[in-house]
Each structure stands twice: as C-alpha cells, then as structure tokens.
Design a protein around this ligand. Structure first.
Ligand SMILES: *[C@@H]1O[C@H](CO)[C@@H](O)[C@H](O)[C@H]1NC(C)=O
Ligand SMILES: *[C@@H]1O[C@H](CO)[C@@H](O)[C@H](O)[C@H]1NC(C)=O
Length: 344
C-alpha cells in the first residue's frame, strides 16, 4: 500500500524542472536565435538583478517590464522565460541592484510551429540559401548549431541539430531573421527554423539507474490518448523514447511508420502522445529519466487505498513525501555527479 501511495505522490509532486540555460560567450552582449515554446534561462550573475525587456512595436522599440506571467527573475539573477512566443523576440537587459547594466541579450524566438524537420537517412534535403525579396543584397540562410549528443548508446540512436534563420546583408555580420526584420511584415516560406536528424552510434560510458516512475497514466480524451512529458526534456537536449522496449525514432515518425505514438515536434520530442497502453520510458542524454505505466494493472490497489484512508495512511503519506523529496534530491545529486563525469 505504501508503495502505491509513494508512487501516487511522486506523480503529484512536480519533477525537478531544469530549463535549458543560456550564457553569453563574451559575457556582456550577445545576439542569438532560440525556439519558441521551449523554456529557457538567461544567465546573469547579479543577485537582486532587475530585467528589462524591449520588443519591436510599430517601428519603435517598446518597453515592457518582465512582470509578464511567463518571466521570472531568479534569486541568483538569471531570468527564467517560460513558454516564450515569437512575440517575445527582443532585447533583454539585466541590471544589477544599483541599476548598472550587466548583460544584454538580443533574442529571436523563432516560431517552433514553422519548424522544418528533415532526416538525413530519408534523403530529405535542408533548405537552400535564398535571397530575400526586399533586395538582392540580403541572403537568407540557416545557421546550424552543433549536433546534439546521440540520444542512445550501445545501439543505434538518433541525434538532432537545430538550424536558425539568419539574414546576411552584403558582408555584414548575419543577424537572426526577426531581429533583422523587426516589424517589417514579410512572408516567405524560407523564413523558418529547421531541425535535422540523423542516425548515430556511440558506445556507453554511463550507467545510471535513478529515475522516476509515473504510475497509472490513463488514455483519457476522446481520441483515447495521453500525453507523457519527459522530465528534463527539451528541444535543446537529446531525448529518446521507447514503448515496451521498442525504440521510437524520428525516422519512423517522419516516414509515417509509427502509428500509436507521436513525438511532439514543438519540443524536440519531450512530449509523447500515446494511443495505446504500454510501458513507456524516456531518456535524456542517454540516461533513463522516467517510466510511465498505464493504469489497468493498478486499479484494485488504488481502490483499497481510497477505502482505508485513516491515521496510519496520513503517517504513511508524510513518510512518502519525505521519501519522494529524498529521492528527488538524490535524483538531482546523481545528475550533478554525472555532469562531472561527462566533463572528465
Ligand atoms: C540560477 O538558479 C536556477 C534555479 O535555481 C538554476 O537553474 C541556474 O542554474 C542558476 N544559475 C547559476 C548561474 O547558478
Ligand atoms: C549559405 O550562406 C551562408 C552565409 O553566407 C554561407 O556560410 C554558406 O556557405 C552558404 N551555403 C551555401 C550552400 O551556399
């Protein structure tokens, strides 16, 4: 009974979220492209920092405070932006306690809903360089990030890289498309971010067994589906899913072979839409993050728990919460240890 409670409570407690964090290579000012819909932390080493956000508004740069619901200044000064939209493209200034500017980020949140995904092994071609219709001097091209890690080890996996839309005028420095265009309304099917996937094969070096179990997920809505969220998953990290020990790949999805699951393209596959009960597991950076068991087999236990709710169980719940917290603590500890191993 305690085990079931423990599982139910672990399900209820939010899993440690750790959005992808960006810091500026030259430590003062940087201009970069990211994708919308994926949480991000902008690094600023100034405890008590105040952030300002400016965005392009009818040909002037309008100021907005960062008291927007989706932005949160953290204790260490960094800014967490949850679920950014293309509309959040603009300038982010970090000022210290005394109002002195510490950092300036110019960020283009490119619309993930227009993300173009291609798979090398399916011979799908990425976009070509094109000149912009405004003037032939402006070239639109995709600036590719480095390949992310392979999402599996020991067996064939897949790796992805993100490509952002940039515009280059003559020999000037290229600029992310929507920072360049500002409020100019221009539509072209070339103006979009890309993601490219290929097969990869790397040996295993880590063995990690700490992970979270999510029990009793149900196929709920009309379509009889459920959405599973991989803890720590992000479009900026390598994510991998399996269903009953079978790999789910972008290759199968892009070639229409997978029918009972859909990896959500807007977050690099961190969300999985499932249409059949099974045991699903997800991995981030090749480490097992979570296992999702479907409900059917657990029904009776859950009922008996509900019937016997009494003092004993309350005590059990307290213990379970403590257990969960301890587990989550160890979960983050082990993650840290692994990070250190990776560095070595
Ligand atoms: C600031 O705090 C957040 C949340 O506690 C953490 O994710 C981030 O890594 C921290 N940044 C630094 C530079 O310590
Ligand atoms: C596209 O343009 C970029 C930026 O000018 C350049 O680095 C790249 O080599 C070009 N690619 C091709 C295929 O011409």
């Amino acid at each position: 009974m305690l085990t079931t409670l423990w599982l139910l409570l672990c399900f209820a407690l939010p899993v440690q979220e750790s959005p992808f964090s960006i810091s500026c290579p030259n430590h003062k000012h940087c201009q970069l492209a990211l994708l919308s819909n994926n949480d991000i932390i902008l690094h600023c080493n100034a405890p008590g920092a105040q952030w300002q956000f400016f965005r392009s508004l009818k040909s002037t740069w309008g100021s907005s405070s960062t008291t927007n619901l989706n932005m949160e200044t953290m204790l260490n000064g960094s800014l967490l932006i949850k679920n950014p939209l293309p509309y959040h493209t603009g300038i982010y200034n970090c000022n210290d306690k005394d109002g002195k500017k510490v950092m300036r980020y110019e960020i283009d949140f490119q619309d993930v809903l227009t993300l173009r995904i291609t798979h090398k092994d399916l011979d799908q071609k990425t976009l070509q360089n094109e000149s912009l219709s405004l003037s032939s001097k402006e070239l639109v091209f995709t600036h590719w990030e480095p390949w992310q890690d392979c999402n599996r080890c020991g067996v064939p996996g897949e790796r992805k890289r993100l490509g952002y839309c940039y515009i280059q005028k003559s020999l000037e420095n290229p600029i992310p498309c929507w920072l360049y265009l500002g409020d100019k309304k221009l539509w072209s099917s070339r103006l979009r971010p890309e993601m490219q996937v290929e097969t990869c094969h790397i040996p295993c070096t880590l063995t990690d067994v700490e992970y979270v179990i999510f029990d009793n997920f149900q196929l709920r809505n009309k379509a009889g589906s459920a959405r599973l969220t991989c803890p720590l998953g992000s479009i900026y990290r390598p994510v991998f899913w399996e269903a009953n020990d079978l790999s789910l790949t972008w290759k199968d999805q892009l070639s229409g072979k997978s029918i009972s699951t859909i990896m959500d393209t807007s977050n690099g596959g961190s969300w999985l839409q499932v249409f059949q009960p099974a045991i699903y597991r997800c991995f981030v950076h090749q480490e097992l993050m979570a296992q999702f068991n479907s409900k059917a087999t657990r029904k009776e236990k859950a009922n008996s728990v509900l019937e016997g709710l009494n003092m004993m169980i309350l005590v059990g719940m307290v213990l379970a919460v403590l257990g969960c917290l301890l587990k989550q603590f160890r979960f983050s500890q082990s993650r840290r240890i692994n990070k250190m191993l990776l560095v070595k």
